[in-house]
Write a protein that binds this ligand. Structure first.
Ligand code: 5GP
Length: 190
């Protein structure tokens, strides 16, 4: 069986990336989510083993020591996130296409590792004010966390040009259609 391919979506928090990734998985049959590990605590409706593998900082550190990650980043101070080798490699070997929802630096690292086997897509918010409003509306984070994320977003946008594709998420439906077309094309290529 042919090995699967990797599609990476990176974006500042609140860019609509997760919504777009869920949409793609509902539209493309053989597209599966890579569950990352994180040392942050679960939000309201998140499920361990589905949204993330939630680890203690010590457990996360042990996995770093054991070289269990393809890539990992300290995305926020003391909050680690990482792509597990076993997750992705097993999925690819089963012939599954794998979609990663990871931070900007992680996305760039994956591209360096997997080259033409990976497609990297950057989802860009139309502007910072829109981003702030989206984060406020989501209501899952404190003002302090939101301000932190905005500051980080401004920095992350400077990396957009290192991605294979950039999608500006102004109108969600358009961004979803664009993402679907881009991913379908990549998956159909030999
Ligand atoms: P959140 O806390 O909102 O779920 O995620 C924060 C950020 O961490 C998001 O940009 C998300 O894409 C990123 N992230 C999630 N998993 C991984 C991972 O395995 N590796 C890296 N580098 N970033 C990740």
């Amino acid at each position: 069986m042919k090995n699967g391919k990797i599609i990476v979506f990176s974006a500042p928090s609140g860019s609509g990336k997760t919504t777009i990734v869920h949409y793609l998985m509902s539209q493309i049959k053989n597209l599966h989510f890579s569950i990352s590990a994180t040392s942050r605590t679960a939000r309201g409706n998140e499920i361990n083993g589905k949204d993330y593998f939630f680890l203690t900082p010590d457990e996360f550190r042990a996995k770093i020591q054991n070289n269990e990650f393809i890539e990992f980043e300290e995305v926020y101070t003391n909050k680690f996130y990482g792509t597990l080798k076993t997750q992705v490699e097993n999925q690819l070997q089963r012939g599954e296409n794998v979609v990663l929802d990871i931070d900007v630096k992680g996305g760039i690292n994956i591209k360096h590792l997997y080259k033409e086997k990976a497609l990297t897509v950057f989802i860009q918010p139309p502007d910072i004010e829109t981003l702030r409003n989206r984060l406020l509306k989501r209501g899952t984070d404190s003002i302090e966390v939101i301000n932190n994320r905005i500051e980080k977003a401004e920095y992350e946008i400077t990396f957009a040009s290192q991605f294979d594709k950039i999608i500006i998420n102004d109108i969600l439906e358009n961004a979803q259609t664009e993402a679907l077309n881009i991913v379908r094309k990549f998956l159909n290529e030999a």
